[in-house]
Design a protein. Structure first.
Length: 325
């Protein structure tokens, strides 16, 4: 698989990353089941066999079970840790932990440090390559984030830092105090959730049917050498369901366009959807999340798919459900 270097780091990563949100067996509290552990390793092996060297986690995925399940790979592949890149995220807190508390975001120094310690313990590693702040905390105090990042960096527990789901001004606010560069911003982005891209196409125009959000985020990341990672690159399977006749007309139209293009190129629809992201000059890194080995293999075929300028805009229009403005 083709690789590139994450700007501001020595990390050479595959263009497609594997997201581990699905390998922990759901969201309910409880220990990791042995069957889930074994199934997780099947998925991780499939990603490794396709050449993927980047694995994305979060402390809250599967309430920690995803990180725990992943750590089983060290026993069967000694020496693997030094050849792959591990990323995890923190900041989302579950309701009723402790009892009586709501679902919330927490970027306090104490919580960041506690979250990273938990991730390192579950992942059975001394460090993570990248730590992301998962979703913006409305009560963030950048000084606390800076203090936590300094502690983690000095202790060698986190090599590089980034954010997820942040807009340019939120990043700028953090940068007022944080000394480490932000090297990643992970954002929801796919053919039908295309607002980050569409916002640059409909500048100074009204599009009431498809409101745009995050204006300037993609351009800000490009200007500041922040790697954009795309979560939900195939729209949580919504387009696959739309291809079976389930969903609204926009989804069905987008699925039909992607399926037709896939048939012409001899690949599956997932490969086309991911190739659409890879075609963008921002160097977007899709985070695939399926646990099925056959779908992992199909998604990775995107690395060899070339979309023309016209094909790319054909899919953008289909995802918008309207001609490009």
């Amino acid at each position: 698989m083709k690789t590139y270097r994450i700007a501001g780091t020595p990390l050479v990563v595959t263009r497609i990353a594997y997201g581990c949100m699905g390998i922990g067996g759901g969201w309910d509290p409880g220990p990791l089941a042995e069957a889930t552990r074994k199934e997780a390793l099947v998925s991780v092996r499939a990603a490794l066999d396709e050449g993927i060297n980047f694995f994305d986690h979060a402390d809250m995925y599967g309430r920690g079970r995803c990180e725990e399940a992943f750590s089983g790979i060290w026993q069967e592949r000694p020496g693997l840790r030094s050849t792959i890149v591990l990323q995890t995220k923190c900041g989302i807190r579950f309701p009723d932990e402790p009892p009586g508390t709501p679902r919330r975001y927490d970027y306090s120094r104490e919580h960041i440090l506690r979250s990273v310690e938990g991730s390192l313990r579950r992942l059975k590693t001394d460090y993570v390559d990248i730590l992301l702040l998962h979703r913006p905390d409305a009560l963030v105090q950048p000084e606390e984030v800076a203090a936590a990042f300094d502690s983690l960096s000095q202790a060698g527990k986190v090599r590089f830092f980034g954010v997820s789901n942040h807009n340019p001004w939120q990043i700028q606010l953090l940068k007022k105090h944080v000394r480490q560069p932000f090297v990643v911003n992970q954002l929801e982005l796919n053919v039908v959730h295309n607002q980050l891209i569409n916002a640059g196409v409909v500048v100074n125009q009204d599009e009431p049917a498809r409101p745009t959000h995050g204006e300037g985020t993609l351009e800000y990341c490009r200007l500041n050498d922040i790697t954009v990672q795309a979560w939900s690159p195939v729209a949580h399977g919504a387009l696959a369901r739309a291809a079976e006749g389930k969903g609204d007309e926009r989804m069905k139209g987008a699925a039909a366009a992607a399926a037709a293009m896939a048939a012409r190129k001899g690949v599956g629809m997932d490969a086309i959807l991911i190739a659409w992201l890879l075609r963008h000059p921002a160097g977007i890194q899709p985070i695939i999340g399926t646990v099925r080995p056959e779908r992992i293999r199909e998604a990775c075929r995107a690395d060899g798919v070339e979309l023309s300028h016209d094909e790319w805009y054909t899919l953008l229009a289909a995802g918008k459900g309207a001609p490009v403005a």
